[in-house]
Design a protein around this ligand. Structure first.
Ligand code: ZN
Length: 287
C-alpha cells in the first residue's frame, strides 16, 4: 500500500492507494497544532501496512538532504509549525521510504504524470489560495536549486487603480501580498467567492496573475501552466488572465495557444494527493 499526505496550511488530506494508484481510503481534517494533527495522521495510517509514503507539505520547508533541518517546516508564519520536524516525526512512526517535498511540487508532479500535463515534457503548477506557490517539473524531475522555488513572492507592478498596500508580512506588495486569497480578504473583509463575478476587482486580480505568468513564461518557458487553488475556482478568472497575459506578452515569445497553455488542473482538487501517491511510488523504487 502507498501512503500520501497533502499537508496544507488549512487542512491535511491523507490517502492510501494500491499499486495501481486506486485510492482505497482517504481522510481530511483541519491543520491545527502539530501534535494533534500528527495524531490524526497516525490514526489513519496505522490501519494500513505501508510500503512507502509521499508528503507534499506547506512551507517553506527544508529540502536539502545535507541540512540538519532536512524535513522540517521552517520559517512559516503558521503558529506552532515553525521549526517542526515533520518528516522526522513521520519517520519515527513509519520505518519506510518517504518522499518529502512541497505541496505545490507534489501537485505539479501529479499533473505532469496523470493530469493536464500528461503529454508535456515540462509543466508549471501554481496554486492561488490563501497563499500563492508554484512548482515546476522538467522531464519528470522537480525543479530545485539551492532550495525549492518560492514563486508566490515575486514582485509585480502595482495596478494603477489598486490602492491596497499589500498583505505579505515580508514584502507587503509582492504577488502573494496583492493577489492571494488572504490579500482579497484583507481588501474586502470577505472571501473572493463572496464577491460578484462582475466586480471590477477581478480585472486587477487577473492583471497580477498575468504579470506573474509572463515572468514565469520568460524565465522558465514551461510547455503548460496549470492554475489551481481556491481563488482559481472562479471560472471567469482564467479567461481574463489569458487575455491580459496575451496583451502583456505582446507576442514577444512563442507560447502554445492560450486555451491549452494556461489551464485548470486535470486532476481538479486531487493534484496534490495524487502527486504525493506517485512520489511514494517513485521513492519506493529508490528514485
Ligand atoms: Zn511576499
Amino acid at each position: 500500500m502507498l501512503g500520501a499526505i497533502e499537508a496544507g496550511g488549512t487542512k491535511f488530506v491523507c490517502a492510501v492507494a494500491d499499486e495501481d494508484f486506486n485510492i482505497i481510503d482517504r481522510v481530511s481534517f483541519p491543520t491545527t497544532i502539530p501534535s494533534e494533527t500528527c495524531s490524526n495522521v497516525f490514526q489513519f495510517f496505522d490501519q494500513y501496512e505501508l510500503k512507502s509514503m509521499g508528503i507534499g507539505s506547506f512551507g517553506p520547508i527544508e529540502v536539502d538532504i545535507n541540512s540538519s533541518k532536512y524535513g522540517f517546516v521552517t520559517d512559516t508564519p503558521k503558529k506552532y509549525w515553525s521549526n517542526f520536524d515533520f518528516l522526522g516525526t513521520m519517520k519515527k512512526r513509519y520505518n519506510i521510504p518517504i518522499f518529502w517535498t512541497t505541496d505545490v511540487n507534489a501537485a505539479a508532479y501529479g499533473e505532469k504524470i496523470r493530469g493536464a500535463a500528461i503529454n508535456s515534457k515540462s509543466c508549471l503548477y501554481l496554486t492561488v489560495g490563501t497563499g500563492i506557490g508554484g512548482g515546476m517539473i522538467i522531464n519528470d524531475q522537480i525543479l530545485e536549486g539551492f532550495s525549492h522555488p518560492e514563486m508566490g513572492h515575486i514582485l509585480v507592478r502595482k495596478h494603477e487603480s489598486d490602492l491596497f498596500v499589500g498583505a505579505c508580512p515580508f514584502h507587503k506588495d509582492c504577488l502573494e501580498g496583492m493577489a492571494s486569497g488572504k490579500a482579497i480578504e484583507e481588501r474586502f473583509n470577505k472571501k473572493g467567492n463572496e464577491l460578484s463575478e462582475s466586480d471590477s476587482f477581478w480585472e486587477i486580480e487577473a492583471n497580477y496573475m498575468a504579470q506573474a505568468l509572463m515572468s514565469y513564461t520568460l524565465t522558465l518557458r514551461p510547455e503548460i501552466i496549470i492554475l489551481g487553488g481556491g481563488v482559481m475556482a472562479q471560472d471567469h478568472l482564467l479567461h481574463s488572465i489569458r487575455s491580459q497575459f496575451e496583451k502583456l506578452l505582446n507576442r514577444y515569445v512563442y507560447t502554445p495557444q492560450l486555451t491549452s497553455y494556461i489551464v485548470s488542473p486535470g486532476l481538479k482538487g486531487d493534484a496534490g494527493i495524487v502527486g504525493a501517491l506517485l512520489l511514494a511510488e517513485k521513492v519506493k523504487q529508490g528514485k
